[in-house]
Write a new protein. Structure first.
Ligand code: IMP
Length: 426
């Protein structure tokens, strides 16, 4: 038995989807534990592109059980769309291979309206999917959960309780047009009926799988620096993205975890607003964006690009207890004469070794860089670490030394097979 957590070590979009897809081969259960359809995994299966927002990518492999844990906020329309689209592409999706936690919260239409309206002034640059407002209702104890959605009477009753308040907020505070209740209630009741067979107590399924010695893969979304507590607050998402959250969001105890894999892109990207010390607003940044195809899988927004940031990565390794790294998109760095890596920040004469909590500090700091030699060779066809160009190997060793964590996996291209596996994780 091995139970593995996958987390993003940067600001999301590290290429977690591909690594999850790869490790799924050896796992039995794949569990999403936080976030919602703000996440998006782009996967290349052969020459087919599949984008998933809620269902774990394990769905693409026959015989795996995919679980949507209680830590998520679910937009039922997106989930049903995803199920239908997968079926249309020929994948099997049924309650036999997908289970949804009865405790997961629902994203309601008003959550999306509120998210959009607020972000236009707050400037977080959210995905506009209603994630924050849905988590907010969860914490306020007025959220509507999957268990409510599948029971029409309860759903209507709970909605009645919150609706007037939402109406007031939308019309009086946000000064938007009134919400129309009837149209969406019927739609949600229908969606509840459709999703009912999938909704269950997922923790019992997971517990029994652990007892049977099955392998679990716990799939995180976003990245450490978007964590609600430890990210660059308030420019963060509304859930915890660090490894500890996997236990809460999936419903298992920390004693059951074997390894934590931190997914680390060979450079850094960020979408939305907020601090990004190593951001490159120049042709180097543009080149990373173009070569790396750095456009959001969920919103299509161009990603901000910059050099690798060891301050952000040390933060991540510390907070999630990362046992192994998976370095992704290393092929994108091909052809750079010099590759820079931030080892610390500097504000005036003060050296900053750790991620500041104070946003004002970010405004004053500049990164302190080490410079490493680049490589000219295309590495995407290489499958063994020893075959990589010398400078490329040196870049990997440098990251390993600085973080004191070994890189178990190195991804050299978007396809499943474009991967170097140095350590078997299951
Ligand atoms: P929200 O999660 O939609 O509330 O957005 C909050 C912040 O997190 C924004 O800066 C988003 O761009 C960012 N964000 C949310 N999900 C992802 C993701 O999957 N990848 C990268 N950034 C994300």
């Amino acid at each position: 038995m091995a139970n593995i957590i996958i987390v993003g070590t940067q600001w999301g979009d590290e290429g977690k989807g591909k690594i999850v897809d790869l490790l799924t081969e050896d796992s039995d259960l794949i569990i999403r534990f936080q976030g919602g359809n703000n996440a998006g995994h782009t996967l290349m299966v052969g020459d087919k592109k599949v984008i998933l927002h809620l269902i774990p990518s394990g769905i693409l492999h026959p015989g795996k059980l995919c679980i949507i844990g209680s830590g998520l906020v679910i937009d039922p329309e997106i989930l049903i769309g995803e199920i239908d689209s997968l079926k249309h592409k020929g994948y099997k999706v049924s309650p036999e291979n997908v289970a949804i936690s009865e405790r997961a919260h629902i994203i309601m239409p008003y959550h999306k309206i509120i998210d959009h309206a607020r972000d236009s002034t707050q400037g977080i640059g959210t995905t506009g999917r209603g994630i924050g407002p849905a988590y907010e209702d969860k914490a306020r104890r007025i959220g509507i959960r999957m268990i409510d959605l599948i029971h029409e009477e309860i759903f209507r009753k709970k909605l009645d309780i919150v609706f007037e308040e939402k109406q007031e907020y939308v019309t009086k505070i946000l000064k938007l047009k009134p919400l129309e209740k009837e149209g969406f209630v019927e739609k949600f009741v229908k969606m509840g009926r459709k999703l009912k067979p999938y909704v269950t107590n997922t923790t019992v399924i997971i517990e029994s799988a652990i007892r049977d010695g099955k392998h679990l893969l716990l799939e995180g979304a976003q990245g450490t620096n978007l964590d609600l507590d430890y990210g660059t607050y308030p420019y963060v998402t509304s859930s915890n993205t660090v490894a500890g959250q996997s236990c809460v969001g999936a419903g298992i105890g920390p004693t059951k975890i074997t390894r934590v894999i931190g997914i680390c892109k060979a450079y850094t990207t960020r979408v939305g607003g907020g601090p990004f010390p190593t951001e490159l607003n120049n042709t180097t940044g543009e080149r990373l964006r173009a070569f790396g195809g750095e456009y959001g899988a969920t919103t299509g927004r161009p990603r901000r690009c910059g050099w690798l940031d060891l301050v952000a990565l040390r933060h991540s390794v510390r907070l999630s207890g990362i046992s192994h790294l998976a370095i992704t998109k290393l092929d994108v760095l091909m052809g750079f004469k010099k590759i820079k890596v931030a080892t610390a920040y500097k504000a005036g004469k003060t050296s900053i070794e750790h991620m500041p909590a104070d946003l004002d500090v970010f405004k004053k700091l500049t990164p302190v860089y080490d410079e490493l030699p680049g490589w000219e060779e295309d590495i995407s066809s290489l499958r063994r670490h020893e075959d990589l160009p010398r400078n490329c190997k040196a870049y990997i060793s440098y990251i390993e030394d600085k973080l004191q964590v070994k890189a178990a996996i190195i991804s050299v291209g978007p396809k499943r097979e474009e991967t170097i596996v140095r350590t078997k994780l299951f």
